[in-house]
Design a protein around this ligand. Structure first.
Ligand SMILES: CC(C)(COP(=O)(O)OP(=O)(O)OC[C@H]1O[C@@H](n2cnc3c(N)ncnc32)[C@H](O)[C@@H]1OP(=O)(O)O)[C@@H](O)C(=O)NCCC(=O)NCCS
Length: 143
């Protein structure tokens, strides 16, 4: 598996991952375009002949925010997300971030397990974060 930084030329790939992995709370294509072009956002893609998944992080000063992390259904449970997250954490740390924060839907067991296994701790709950009765956990980890 190869992990590399993504740019605007990867819009179709990132868009495909987003639409294959998220439902209501997915980012629209225009926003993905903005994210890929804008200063302050970093996106990495995992590939193995074909695209496997992607991660996006926003960094500002000492705090980095995990914006999106997704692996295509056929490639899950083989460490792709863990490798992408590690890459994003290392890159944010190199840019001066001291902490990574994220929100995850309270019902998203695979993602919760991933973050807990990667050393993230629960720091709060945000009611209705993803819409009515769709709460999120707020998690953080020192980098
Ligand atoms: C969450 C997601 C990114 C995990 O990707 P992945 O490549 O399968 O994750 P990994 O193989 O690196 O697994 C890492 C850990 O996650 C947990 N995990 C992954 N899939 C799981 C599942 N189906 N059920 C329970 N735990 C799971 C495990 O604890 C695993 O650690 P372990 O191997 O030590 O047991 C993937 O399921 C996904 O894309 N889901 C849809 C999008 C999404 O919800 N993204 C997160 C938004 S906050």
């Amino acid at each position: 598996m190869n992990i590399r930084p993504a740019g605007i030329k990867d819009l179709d790939r990132v868009s495909y991952i987003e639409s294959s992995c998220f439902e209501a709370e997915r980012y629209p294509r225009e926003m993905l375009e903005e994210i890929l072009a804008r200063e302050g956002f970093l996106t990495f893609i995992a590939e193995e002949g074909e695209v496997l998944g992607a991660v996006t992080v926003h960094y500002a000063g000492e705090e980095a925010q995990l914006v999106s992390l997704a692996v295509l259904p056929g490639f899950r449970n083989r460490g792709v997300a863990s490798a992408l997250l590690r890459t994003a954490e290392d890159a944010a740390r190199d840019l001066g971030a001291r902490e990574m924060v994220l929100q995850v839907r309270t019902l998203n067991v695979p993602a919760m397990n991933l973050y807990l296994h990667r050393g993230y701790v629960l720091a709060g709950i945000i009611r209705n974060y993803y819409g009515y009765r769709k709460d999120a956990f707020f998690m953080r980890r020192a980098l």
